[in-house]
Design a protein around this ligand. Structure first.
Ligand SMILES: Cc1cc2nc3c(=O)[nH]c(=O)nc-3n(C[C@H](O)[C@H](O)[C@H](O)COP(=O)(O)OP(=O)(O)OC[C@H]3O[C@@H](n4cnc5c(N)ncnc54)[C@H](O)[C@@H]3O)c2cc1C
Length: 348
């Protein structure tokens, strides 16, 4: 008998299966491959300071070093590079924004994330930056699609990946175990991202999904070593002269396909910062699994005690998933309590 069936091999299911395996649990991952999943199209940025008010990311001091250690560990295991520290330049859009930042940056908790106290000016032939910007320390980018593909091969080599669409009719939740087709396990944990709204056990929980669209562009002689963050961000990709322009946040949408509306919104926002010429190479879209209170969604169904969920990574799965997969594993194996902010009991 298995210990866990994990449904979904996005960043959430990958991390949870990994930490459970590290704790010597017997795991099977079930996933239908989706090259357009949120994890596969994410830019993969971890940014310690976000938003118009320059707020430090929730749990940044614990979560960011843990994510770094985890992804670096995978690089060693797979003998490949896919995790890259990167400088992030946040542009100011007014004198008020400069002043707000000066006030924030005086606080000691912001110091580790501040590379340089002075205002940075970028080349105006490339970027509109009348008010300059500041440089953020501690940012990184994960080539998420590359990492997920290597991890998928790793699961295949271990013979613990079943590639299929999960069929809910085949799941039987017993008091002490679960069975799915001919597989028996102690527990099943769903990590289906935005697809959770079709899961009969969890679709009633307060997901508030957000569609995201992005463009891949060719820009010659731009900034290959910096993310430029204004009304959109421009992130260098590993291939020369290719940049990721991200991303929209749409709360009302009909499907998960790239749309003209999304493209126009990105181009409109891009025109407020980019002065260099560009060429569009690709346009992608996916749905983020966001929850009403913007916190992950961790725990077991109130009635079906062996049916669990690890989801709600919203717009920050790349940095949240390693930390909370480890946290959930400690809860499962060592019975350490779950943080109230992420426990699904907060909605019961
Ligand atoms: C445009 C965009 C840019 C983003 N940029 C960033 C960023 O820079 N940094 C960051 O941290 N986050 C970013 N995000 C958010 C991030 O992508 C998500 O937080 C994260 O990917 C969610 O991961 P997940 O594993 O929960 O879901 P998903 O990535 O959706 O994975 C779910 C997996 O489950 C599988 N699955 C679902 N249902 C079934 C089923 N019934 N049977 C079998 N398999 C199933 C799917 O095929 C998929 O493989 C971005 C998102 C978007 C859309």
């Amino acid at each position: 008998m298995l210990d866990y069936i994990i449904v979904g091999q996005g960043i959430a299911g990958s991390m949870l299966s990994w930490f459970l395996m590290k704790a010597n649990e017997k795991v099977l991952v079930i996933d239908k491959f989706n090259p357009s999943s949120a994890s596969n199209i994410a830019s993969g940025i971890t940014n310690p300071i976000t938003g118009r008010k320059f707020v430090k990311t929730w749990l940044a001091d614990e979560m960011i070093p843990f994510a770094q250690e985890t992804y670096r560990g995978f690089e060693e295991l797979f003998k490949e590079d896919f995790y890259h520290p990167i400088s992030i330049i946040k542009l100011f859009d007014s004198v008020k924004a400069q002043n707000d930042w000066s006030a924030r940056s005086a606080s000691p908790e912001y110091l580790p994330y501040l590379k340089n106290e002075s205002i940075i000016q970028l080349d105006k032939e490339k970027v509109k930056n009348d008010f300059g910007g500041f440089e953020i320390n501690g940012g990184s980018k994960l080539e998420a699609d590359k990492f997920l593909s290597r991890y998928r091969n790793f699961l295949k080599e271990k013979n613990i990946l079943q590639e299929e669409e999960f069929e809910f009719d085949e799941l039987k939740a017993e008091p002490d175990s679960v069975s799915y087709k001919n597989i028996k396990a102690s527990k099943i944990i769903f990590c289906e991202g935005a697809n959770a709204i079709q899961n009969p056990y969890f679709k009633f929980f307060p997901f508030q999904l957000a569609k995201g669209e992005c463009l891949i562009m060719r820009i010659e002689n731009f900034y290959p070593d910096k993310v430029i963050n204004g009304q959109v961000f421009i992130m260098p990709m590993e291939e020369e002269n290719l940049y990721y322009i991200g991303s929209t946040h749409e709360w009302h949408f009909d499907d998960d396909e790239p749309s003209e509306k999304g493209k126009n919104e990105l181009l409109g926002n891009l025109s407020t910062i980019l002065t260099a010429p560009f060429e569009i190479v690709e346009h992608k879209a996916a749905i983020r699994p966001t929850v009403k209170d913007r916190r992950p969604f961790v725990g077991f169904h109130p009635e079906f005690k062996n049916v669990g969920i690890f989801n709600g990574m919203g717009a920050k799965g790349i940095s949240l998933a390693p930390f909370f997969a480890q946290h959930f594993t400690e809860n499962l194996i060592q019975q350490k309590p779950l943080m109230k902010e992420v426990d699904i009991k907060r909605f019961l």
